[in-house]
Design a protein around this ligand. Structure first.
Ligand SMILES: NC(=O)c1ccc[n+]([C@@H]2O[C@H](COP(=O)([O-])OP(=O)(O)OC[C@H]3O[C@@H](n4cnc5c(N)ncnc54)[C@H](O)[C@@H]3O)[C@@H](O)[C@H]2O)c1
Length: 289
């Protein structure tokens, strides 16, 4: 095991540079942290870098970020393919696809590769944190830190301590998300779905069922919620944004935990995922982009 490091939360590691990992890496680098992103291969690192650069360019174009800060932010980001490079990290946030066995493998490796003072967080939407903590030798340093998409825009982070998470880990996670990244934090119990998805997922699934049964069209469902309830986007556009695979995976975890039919993914969602219609990330979901 590597040597312990001071807990100043400045050397950040992000595992997975997809929609969420790239957003988390971006906001951490914008806040002044030195950030390493681990992806599966060089091509995936390239895609992550391009995604972050596009997002930073947009922030500059819209006046949210001075051009000089974009260049400084880019200089604080590095992209790697080996987890061993995380030996000097002070906080690591895992954001790979929503698959329990993969996440558990990563936590097992992180427990060995990182220093004992390094905080280990998961951005999982629904997998109980205890299952990821239990595969490490120090479950007290593992916590859920659930960001929202798009990370540079949405100000919430749900903090999810497991029964084994120490109060120090919870306070460090709160300080990192709240003080350093300027996010609002709420604390949820370690139950599949935490606070937001426990409310959101049944709503998204109900909208998909409406379309599946022919009760209303995709457009009518979305227009109804935007125009009738002042939501910024309808549930089907939101499902496309989240990713249909992620939505199905979260629903499956919640169904496995509570055995409530309202969490069961409707067949239409499953067929679309099986057909690669994952939403914005593949260009086709309930809408084409
Ligand atoms: N999409 C959302 O709106 C949203 C919101 C909150 C939380 N989450 C959660 O965040 C996590 C990531 O979701 P996403 O939407 O970014 O998915 P995504 O499919 O966009 O990205 C996942 C990334 O993980 C990478 N990856 C896979 N195996 C890896 C490994 N062994 N090491 C490093 N990288 C690896 C993939 O190459 C991919 O780039 C999931 O747990 C999801 O539930 C998603």
């Amino acid at each position: 095991m590597a040597e312990a490091v001071d807990a100043v939360n400045e050397r950040v590691g992000v595992v997975g540079g997809g929609i969420m990992g790239s957003g988390i890496a971006e906001v951490a680098a914008r806040s002044g942290c030195d950030v390493l992103v681990r992806e599966v291969d060089a091509a995936a690192c390239e895609r992550t870098q391009q995604r972050i650069e596009r997002s930073l360019d947009k922030a500059v174009r819209t006046g949210k970020l001075p051009a000089a800060d974009r260049d400084a932010t880019q200089a604080r980001l590095r992209y790697v393919t080996e987890l061993e490079e995380f030996a000097d990290r002070e906080i690591v946030i895992e954001a790979v696809i929503e698959e329990e066995t993969l996440k558990a493998d990563i936590f097992r490796s992180l427990g060995k590769v990182t220093a004992s003072g390094c905080l280990l967080a998961s951005n999982t939407s629904s997998i109980p944190i205890m299952r990821l903590a239990a595969v490490t030798d120090q479950p007290e340093r593992v916590i859920g830190m659930h960001f929202f998409n798009p990370v540079p825009v949405l100000p919430l982070v749900e903090l999810v301590p497991s029964l084994a998470t120490s109060p120090q880990t919870l306070e460090r996670a709160r300080a990192f998300a709240g003080d350093r990244l300027s996010k609002h934090t709420v604390i949820g119990k370690d139950r599949a779905g935490f606070v937001v998805n426990a409310l959101l997922i049944p709503y998204l699934l109900a909208a998909i069922r409406m379309v599946e049964t022919g009760f209303a069209t995709v457009d009518d469902v979305d227009v109804a919620m935007v125009s009738g309830c002042a939501h910024p986007m309808g549930p089907l556009a939101l499902t496309d944004l989240i990713g249909l695979d992620t939505t199905a995976a979260v629903a499956n975890s919640m169904y496995a935990e509570f055995k409530e039919p309202l969490y069961a993914p409707p067949p239409l969602l499953l067929r679309m995922v099986e057909g690669g219609r994952l939403g914005r990330k593949t260009g086709q979901g309930f809408y084409s982009s």
